[in-house]
Design a binder for this molecule. Structure first.
Ligand SMILES: Cc1ncc(COP(=O)(O)O)c(C=O)c1O
Length: 503
């Protein structure tokens, strides 16, 4: 077998020589790639955080013709080095405070090469990648305190996909509770409208999932929030009861453990009480914040997370696993299998027999062929350890705390939301403009754009209670006090400059 494989690599007249390189050539080129990656990672903190591309640079990438004859791998690598790695998004830089996009763990970067070399489909079967995914998913359960008995989890492309999987399980459960099959009948029949509860702070992917699942956005009920932008359980209960009285079918609450806007953690324990009393499925979107449940000091804030029937987590956010790596956890693994499995019962594999291995991941989600995401997750967790992960999250929260204090102390800055995790929402408020909301919105938008294009730091925005807010997310394991300080300086400097321009 080995000899045949080796001969294949050496065929001189292969149509696609780059598909089957000679082992020595592979080694040489892979080393070249590793040198490029190492150089890139080493320099990530040196240059500007972000630089807009020029029109010519954009065009050069967009308009490349498909070559009819292939080029040597080294040439493609050099092109990538000179024209692709030169224009990063910025999230590798410790002064990137844009969205909840982290830098990659270096262990994860290395793992991705090995995963591609093995290139299995992790649909299922009796091969190592399958077991590694089960192990890595169990580690995630352990990390956030999700009960393991009878549960099932699987990796997905990201938080959007993981939320979709959780909500699909909820929809399936509700129909089954009522004695029918949504997989058979769909939602277009005469069934009462199935109602899903979330807050305006919930991520847009929850709405997208509701639309994809045929619930329709008319099935989304917005639950009011408290002063800290957290779901109000009392209002939730009222809305559920009103819907039920009106003949609708309340079935699921999609709460958040770390909203994308401010990191708000809904009062999960009290929401779980409502769900128990009203027989509702509790889904928690913890794409960004659920991993904070690993910190003992946040046990109270995240209490109730373990009562979720489904939970979405993004390992490519706060765990710094290279994208893409989301994770869906569902308490009732058998139910999840019923929601997705398209293998007739007589074809289901049996644990420990033949190629069967454990139940196939492809029976628990929408994907058939599945990538080996687990290796980069497993390697990131294994090399950081629980202590390392906790220290990283704690460090980011401390840096957000530092930023919060500086904002609170500055006469020309105003904080717009609490800081429960590592996101700080604030704005620049110059003397004399305090009550002019429209002016402040426009000014802060200009400040954000200026800070972004100056390249000294990167901050994004959101809207808090209708007001434009600068939104700084700390998710870089290398962000230090000086980086936070330079963000504050960049915002104040841009603020003063923008004000001068308008007088
Ligand atoms: C709270 C929350 N939920 C869901 C998502 C969607 O995750 P993804 O972008 O990985 O699909 C995000 C992304 O920022 C998020 O912050």
């Amino acid at each position: 077998m080995h000899a045949r494989g080796a001969r294949c690599y050496l065929l001189a007249d292969m149509a696609t020589p780059s598909h089957g390189l000679d082992p020595e050539e592979f080694r040489r080129l892979a080393r070249m790639a590793i040198d490029i990656a190492a150089e890139h990672l080493a320099r990530a903190a040196a240059g500007p955080v972000f630089q807009p591309m020029t029109a010519d640079e954009r065009h050069a990438l967009l308009a490349q013709p498909l070559p009819s004859r292939g080029e040597p791998v080294a040439q493609s690598l050099a092109y990538a080095r000179d024209h692709v790695l030169t224009h990063p998004m910025g999230n590798g830089h410790p002064r990137f405070f844009g969205w909840v996009n982290s830098p990659p763990s270096h262990a994860g970067v290395i793992a991705d090469l090995l995963a591609a070399a093995l290139n299995p489909s992790v649909a299922g079967g009796d091969h190592a990648a399958v077991y590694l995914e089960h192990c890595a998913v169990r580690w995630i359960m352990e990390l956030v305190g999700f009960p393991e008995a009878g549960a099932m989890g699987l990796l997905a492309s990201g938080g959007s996909a993981a939320n979709l999987i959780g909500l699909a399980a909820a929809r399936h459960w509700a129909a089954r509770e009522d004695g029918w099959s949504v997989r058979e009948e769909g939602l277009s029949g005469s069934r009462p409208r199935h109602m899903l509860y979330m807050t305006d702070e919930g991520h847009s992917c929850l709405r997208k999932a509701a639309e994809l699942l045929g619930l329709g956005s008319a099935s989304l009920v917005t639950v009011p929030v408290d002063d800290d932008l957290r779901m109000r359980p009392d209002k939730l209960r009222e809305l559920v009861r009103a819907d039920r009285e009106a003949g609708r079918r309340p079935f699921c609450v999609a709460a958040s453990a770390g909203t994308v806007n401010t990191g708000a953690i809904d009062p999960l324990d009290r929401i779980a009480d409502v769900c128990d009393a009203e027989d509702l499925w509790l889904h928690v979107d913890g794409a960004y914040g659920a991993v904070a449940a690993s910190l003992p000091e946040l046990a109270e804030a995240t209490a109730g997370l373990s009562r979720a029937r489904s939970l979405a987590i993004d390992a490519h956010k706060w765990l710094s696993v290279p994208v893409e790596c989301g994770c869906a956890l569902v308490r009732d693994g058998a139910l999840l299998r019923d929601a997705f499995s398209l293998v007739p019962p007589y074809l289901r594999t049996e644990e420990g027999k033949g190629f069967g291995g454990l139940p196939w991941f492809s029976e628990y989600g929408p994907q058939q062929t599945r990538g080996f995401r687990a290796l980069k997750l497993w390697m990131t967790l294994r090399t950081a350890g629980r202590d390392g992960i906790e220290a990283m999250i704690r460090g980011n929260i401390a840096m957000a705390g530092r930023l919060m204090k500086q904002v609170d102390a500055a006469p020309d800055l105003e904080r717009l939301a609490p800081v429960p995790l590592s996101i700080v929402c604030f704005r620049y408020v110059p003397e004399g403009a305090r009550d002019d909301e429209a002016r402040l919105d426009a000014l802060n938008k200009r400040i954000m754009e200026r800070v972004q294009s100056e390249g000294g730091a990167f901050v994004s925005s959101t809207t808090i209670r209708g007001r434009f807010a600068l939104r700084a997310c700390v998710l870089h394991y290398g962000t230090e006090p000086a980086d936070v300080d330079s963000l504050v300086a960049a915002v104040r400097h841009a603020g003063a400059a923008c004000v001068l321009e308008t007088v």
